[in-house]
Design a protein around this ligand. Sequence first.
Ligand code: GLC
Length: 543
Amino acid sequence: MSARTAGTPDLPHAPWWLDGVVYQVYVRSFADSDGDGVGDLAGITARLPYLRDLGVDALWITPFYASPQNDHGYDVSDYFDVDPLFGQLADADALFEAAHQLGLRVIVDLVPNHTSWDHPWFREALAAGPGSSARERYLFRPGRVGADGVEGPPNNWVSRFQGPAWTRVPASLDEPGEWYLHLFDTSQPDLNWHHPDVPAMFDEVLRFWLDRGADGIRIDVAHGLFKAPGLPDQTLQPGESADPGESLITQRPSHTPMWNQPEVHEVYRHWHRLLASYPGERMAIAEAWVRDPADIADFVRPDELQQAFNFHWLAAPWSAPSFQAVIEQTLSVVPAPTWVLGNHDVVRPVTRYGGGALGLSRWKAALLTMLALPGSAYIHQGEELGLPQVDVPPELRQDPRAGVPGRGGRDGCRVPLPWAGTEAPYGFGPGPGQPWLPQPASWAELSVEAQTGTPDSTLEFVRRTLALRRRLLADGTLSGPAKVFATDTELVIRRGTLVCHLNTGDAPLTLEARGQLVNGAEVLACTGDRPGDPNTATWLRRT
Ligand code: GLC
């Protein structure tokens, strides 16, 4: 076994986000108040008591701004308004107010890397033509003529969704058509952050939502804003693909001409000051898929952002040594990081960990383990119900990535939540109307109603665990730095007087249960029938 100690930050007092649990609401799929089959803001407001009772500190809501919905809201056409699909500005105000009354904070999603092609700036840019200042707010470039004499994209960059990261402006708009950069869908043109209008508008956007009551912002594609000068070709190492496919961070270099340029940090230092000018502990979290944990740390500095998503656990296989490596690497660079097992972009963890009873058991064990660590935890909606990934029939898929041959897309983790009843839509909306993605028949037994009050349900496990963690943080059991040990099949975390044992192997650990005591330690929580069982985690308090 090897051990390493990591520290917690030395702050005068702990702000809420330092060890807060944040619940991710994917707005289209959480709760539908008006029966159109799509979740909305009023639906979230009505369900806030559920989140309070679950025991989370905050909710992060995915983009609900005006958008043609090509990437389900991550393509914004007006940052200062609510999309009619999700309600009106007054619904956002009501949501903030109701959340605050219940003691919940609200994090909104900010999309600064790109706009929608329906944004007035992009329309203006297309109409204004090559060389216009309107085009300089985006990244328009002439094409590059290849050895074959045919004009192609300006460089070799590949979109995160499919094909080249460049689309040619139709010849009807300019001749010969320029190309514009989009690191994601063709409907999501990348902004030029060197143009002064761009940072100026986002200052206004931030203030707009902070003034209305947002407690924090999640920064979409936070590592993407600036591109290397001259937009050079991406140099690939032998065997490396420019197309990241379905892969997670493991294959994505931290430093490429399109990602993680140093200029982003100046923007976030500025936003830090802007957030600090507001009362309360406002915060920002970066979504930055960078390969090296040290690069995550660059976003989380005292004068920069409060948090960055740490996706490394999510990308790790089910194995004690690999979890140990992720935890140690992370804690060595960020003392109080974030822990994430799923979100709206990746396969649900129950399925990733093997599916069925095995996957569920492993997910519960992973959750209990991460909740023992210093830092904050993010839970994707539906994880608390043990929802698996859904195999959405190809003809019903809606994710722009789902059209790419060989890639399933992200619909399967975005299926609307089952709240109650025995058939779809399981109380997702007020009537019998079906939601925008079909819910499986097997979800009747996974609904909030079906699981509430059932002691061995996943939902009650999560409620108990979050309540217990809160108590243990308050009474000092769970405090200070963590020491992490691992064998091939066992991960042990010691923190304060808590010891967490995670068994990733097939054989029971030799934790001998004697009533409520294991080797003299009190059993505080156990995700299986017996402490130490395979694919379970156990929390013990050393006496
Ligand atoms: C982020 C979002 C993802 C979106 C992409 C483009 O990765 O999480 O859903 O498609 O950014 O905005």
